[in-house]
Design a protein around this ligand. Sequence first.
Ligand SMILES: NC(=O)c1ccc[n+]([C@@H]2O[C@H](COP(=O)([O-])OP(=O)(O)OC[C@H]3O[C@@H](n4cnc5c(N)ncnc54)[C@H](OP(=O)(O)O)[C@@H]3O)[C@@H](O)[C@H]2O)c1
Length: 217
Amino acid sequence: MKIGVLGTGIVGSVIADKLVSLGHDVMMGGREAHNEKGQAWASKHPQNAHYGTFAQAATFGELLFACVLGTKTLEALEMAGDANLNGKTLIDLGNELDFSTGKPHIFASWDNCLAERIQNRFPKTNVVKSLNTMNCYVMVNPSLVQGEHAVFMSGNNLEAKTQTRNLLKSFGWTDHMIVDLGGIETARGVEMLMGLWVSLWGVIGNEPFNVGIFRKA
Ligand SMILES: NC(=O)c1ccc[n+]([C@@H]2O[C@H](COP(=O)([O-])OP(=O)(O)OC[C@H]3O[C@@H](n4cnc5c(N)ncnc54)[C@H](OP(=O)(O)O)[C@@H]3O)[C@@H](O)[C@H]2O)c1
């Protein structure tokens, strides 16, 4: 499948590496036509990896990942352009955080949900919020964490969620680990989980960890 990965940071690079390893044709996107990190990434995989602007990567992809600085995701999507996003599944794994003061500030709240804002601004795009609740190495390799931990999915379009589920399964997630929470408004809670994640990170550090949902035996 042709997939556009918007974002040249560590998350974009880890997701794009995984997609290429699974045989997808991937274009990573950034703000500028020349981007050292994006071009270095593409040169690692000469067969099926490319670099372009956000607009070029959005045009290229039949399905898109948004792996952009959370507070700038909407700006990046404006650069990608409505026409290039319309009708496509967009998996948003961003978190709106600010670490600039040394102490993390989390912008997500019941009244401020990035995924919902993306869906409202781009109503013809099928936004699915997923994967934002763990570090990027766990996203593409859930076996780094023991047990049946969870990955959440929120979105309005069932076909987009089926596409997302299939991709997650190709990353190693099982149906039991994938928790479909419902419509895009359920991303509010998932984005607010960052408050817990930051505290857990303070306790556990950089070792892979994740949250899980445990049901009646
Ligand atoms: N690190 C993790 O393990 C982890 C886990 C869960 C979720 N996340 C989320 O994943 C997302 C990506 O994280 P990251 O650390 O890989 O990268 P990042 O540094 O947060 O973002 C890098 C991307 O943001 C773009 N960007 C920066 N400023 C911009 C602006 N003013 N306008 C438009 N685009 C702008 C950059 O564009 P250029 O390419 O042009 O520089 C680049 O493509 C974030 O939302 C983060 O919260 C991260």
